[in-house]
Design a protein around this ligand. Structure first.
Ligand SMILES: [Mg+2]
Length: 391
């Protein structure tokens, strides 16, 4: 498919070229998508390629946004202009602010970083100023439909099998307005996890926008009494003042920001200290370039960055590279523990999985780019689309 962008005037917008447009010209973008996952392949005029990913979920819709509103602004540009292109697209598409544009932009950005890594023979972490190596991971539960006893039991199994020493469970209910998943679950799971995992374990919880400030502060006091160290998204995430009120009242670190895709909103959050830990999701936010910007903003204000990475598509690998390069990294990498029963689509995405936790740690290898290969069988079953530059 040739790019056919539409504008109000009906005129075909053209990507402009400027002083930053050095390096090989970007000549093609291909997407390989299912409703759940979408990969992007970028090709330059010399035939070199890089692989990236748009955000998971409604990835087929995101692929349409990608070809219509992202690819046209990058085709024909020099690969060195990536940072300029990433800054320009939200302005060119300013009538369409929101998550879909950023989910799509992330596909361009992450493919370009892989291209750069492969061109230089270095892992992306190194290009961002970091290095290959290990990252402490925390075992992250995605479930609330699980009893405190069953949750503690599987965390113990994971500790023994992989050496995890940090664990996150869910409290409240998603956008729950102070109504728990079932009555008393929060009061039960907080002490149950501490009893099961012992005094030395790092314990975290995620409220997923579940609480009012008053209830969040009450839950926070319970967490503090049990020595928890991370209270994520206590209040409705779009109510920055509510989260700020909770962060001010509590000693425990309040974390948040996974849904936030707007850099200006990030600036406000950091300025008002709505959170103690910033948690951008690389693929919701628009890629590595923008995530490094948020991490730097946080670091300048003294706030560490513990990105959100809730599944084992490429987002966790991107996060591993980012964490190895962050100016002020958080204590650990979020590592989803859910298996095929919860995420049946995760399997068979890669020729070789980049996700192995040993001694509680994940590893960024020194392979060029992301250091991973998408499985050809998976690609052959996905929906394919291509946008190409004019000759
Ligand atoms: Mg969360």
């Amino acid at each position: 498919m040739t790019a056919t962008p539409y504008s109000a005037s009906g005129a075909m917008p053209k990507a402009g070229r400027g002083a930053a447009d050095t390096g090989p010209r970007i000549t093609a973008f291909e997407t390989f998508a299912t409703p759940l996952v979408g990969f992007v392949r970028l090709t330059t005029e010399d035939g070199a390629q890089g692989w990236g990913q748009v955000s998971t979920y409604n990835a087929d819709i995101t692929a349409q946004v990608f070809h219509r509103q992202v690819a046209p602004w990058a085709l024909g540009r020099g690969i060195d202009a990536l940072e300029e292109i990433v800054a320009e697209i939200p302005e060119r598409e300013h009538k369409y602010p929101g998550t879909y544009l950023m989910r799509a932009l992330a596909g361009l950005d992450t493919a370009a970083w892989d291209w750069r890594g492969k061109a230089l023979g270095k892992p992306v972490a190194e290009l961002l100023g970091g290095s290959a190596g290990e990252i402490r991971a925390y075992a992250s539960s995605m479930r609330r439909d699980i009893t405190p006893e069953a949750e503690a039991e599987r965390m113990l199994r994971l500790r023994d099998a992989h050496g995890f020493d940090a664990f996150k469970v869910r409290v409240g209910a998603e956008c729950g307005h102070d109504v728990d998943e079932w009555p008393g679950r929060t009061e039960a799971i907080v002490p149950a996890m501490r009893r099961a995992m012992g005094a030395g374990a790092a314990l975290l919880v995620d409220g997923n926008s579940g609480f009012s400030p008053a209830r969040a502060i009450e839950v926070g006091r319970m967490l503090e009494a049990e020595g928890y160290e991370h209270f994520e998204e206590p209040c409705r995430y779009w109510k920055l003042e509510e989260t700020a009120e909770v962060a001010r009242a509590l000693d425990i670190d309040v974390a948040g920001g996974e849904q936030d895709w707007d850099l200006e909103n990030w600036r406000r959050m950091i300025e008002m200290r709505a959170v103690d830990i910033v948690q951008p999701d690389i693929l919701y936010l628009g890629g590595m370039t923008r995530s490094m910007q948020v991490a730097r903003m946080g670091a300048e204000a003294g706030l560490p960055c513990t990105p959100h990475a809730a599944n084992l598509s490429l987002v966790t690998l991107f996060t591993m590279h980012l964490m190895r390069a962050l100016p002020l990294p958080g204590r650990y990498l979020e590592f989803s523990i859910e298996g095929p029963d919860y995420y049946p689509w995760q399997d068979e995405l890669f020729v070789e999985s980049p996700y192995d936790i040993t001694d509680g740690r994940a590893r960024v290898t020194d392979a060029p780019g992301w250091g991973v290969e998408i499985a050809p069988e998976w690609l052959s079953k996905s929906t394919y689309q291509k946008s190409e530059a004019d000759a």
